[in-house]
Design a protein around this ligand. Structure first.
Ligand SMILES: *Cc1c(COP(=O)(O)O)cnc(C)c1O
Length: 369
């Protein structure tokens, strides 16, 4: 049995530290925000190489607040991708703006910069690239287009903690960067969590206010805000995990390199990260024919896999009002039906990686016969 994710193994490796930090958070009765959240914000800002980090209640609220802090709302358009978790689109809709989808580059599975300008209208105010699976989008090209058209760039870095593009960390290149600490993410809380990072003092101040009911001081509400604060216990857990994030990321990269070696003679396509990018492998996915039957056969052999994501946002029923139709985004749609995510996490053993690939070999031979 190879599970897709094993959060218990991770907890076992640091149980004493986590338990102590969580009990200290409870003992302090600082259940919302407080010193452990403050300490985490400082460490995470340093990790991202940004001036500010504002901890919030989820990756979704991070995206929502980033848009609001940048002044985006009704009547505005935001260019993004459909090959993402629905939260990217949902946050744009929460702000009152309209999402406009562009296709992805088949070589990186992230926003294709060559398609952005055709999607820009006089109403466009922002671009949200998504660093899918932990590989950063082509930020130089995206930033150049944004500067030319005076657009805000918000990085959806929910899958890209510690990823790098030409030596620069995810979240630090755009005007704002948004992270999720949902338990299964590369850096996961023990519940919901998220953060916005940025270098601009004014944007940081607005996010601080908006996450806490717009309060400048107690019961003095200067902005119409939200209850998007981070729990004290989540700050405690994340602080402990900051001691491990670099080692976990390197472990993921080692596993990915093992998959790459074992799959080298296979025709399965996967993104080839540039030498000057650090892919953090939130997901290790391959393009494979007959994906659904391969996945079912692997499941029967107790190898658990995932699909991130099987139905692009523009074809989801919930977002039908946006007018998306099959054929709109050919690269996105083709990939959605073909890619398969293999198990990857720091505790995955090298024998398990070999086992996944040998089962995959068996299954695909059977499929081909
Ligand atoms: C997980 C995720 C989000 C949402 O984060 P939550 O913490 O679950 O709200 C947004 N965008 C992407 C790309 C994600 O993977």
């Amino acid at each position: 049995m190879v599970p897709f994710l094993d959060l218990k193994a991770q907890y076992r490796g640091m149980k004493a530290e986590i338990d102590e930090a969580v009990i200290a958070a409870i003992d302090s009765t600082q259940f919302v925000m407080g010193p452990q959240v403050g300490a985490f914000e400082e460490r995470f800002a340093a990790f991202c190489n940004t001036r500010h980090c504002k901890a919030v209640s989820s990756g979704t609220s991070a995206l929502h607040l980033a848009l609001l802090a940048a002044g985006i709302g009704a009547g505005d358009e935001v260019v993004t991708v459909s090959m993402t978790f629905v939260a990217t689109t949902a946050a744009i809709l929460y702000s009152g703006a309209k999402p406009v989808f562009v296709d992805i580059d088949p070589r990186t599975w992230t926003m294709d910069p060559a398609l952005i300008e055709a999607a820009v209208t006089p109403r466009t105010r922002a671009i949200i690239p998504v660093h899918l699976h932990g590989l950063m989008a082509d930020m130089d090209a995206i930033m150049a287009i944004a500067r030319r058209h005076n657009l805000i760039v918000i990085e959806d870095a929910a899958q890209a903690h510690g990823a790098e593009y030409k030596g620069r960390r995810a979240g630090s290149i755009g005007d704002l960067g948004c992270f999720s600490f949902y338990p299964g993410k590369n850096l996961g809380a023990y519940g919901e969590g998220g953060a916005v990072v940025c270098n601009d003092d004014d944007l940081a101040r607005r996010i601080s206010l908006l996450r806490d009911w717009g309060q400048e001081s107690k019961y003095n509400h200067v902005l119409a805000g939200y209850n998007y604060r981070m729990d004290g216990i989540q700050g405690a857990v994340l602080n402990v995990k900051m001691n491990y994030i670099e080692a976990w990321t390197e472990a993921r990269r080692t596993i990915a390199a093992q998959y790459d070696r074992l799959l080298a003679s296979h025709p399965y396509r996967r993104p080839a990260p540039r030498d000057d990018c650090r892919h953090v492998y939130h997901v290790y996915a391959i393009e494979i024919p007959q994906r659904d039957s391969v996945q079912a056969a692997l499941d029967a052999a107790d190898i658990k896999t995932g699909i991130h994501y099987p139905v692009p946002v523009h074809l989801q029923k919930a977002y039908a009002d946006l007018g998306g139709r099959p054929g709109d985004l050919p690269v996105t749609e083709a990939l959605a039906s073909r890619f398969l995510s293999l198990p990857i996490y720091a505790e995955l053993r090298s024998e398990q990686v070999s086992m996944v690939v040998s089962e995959l070999n068996k299954v695909t031979l059977t499929e081909a016969a």
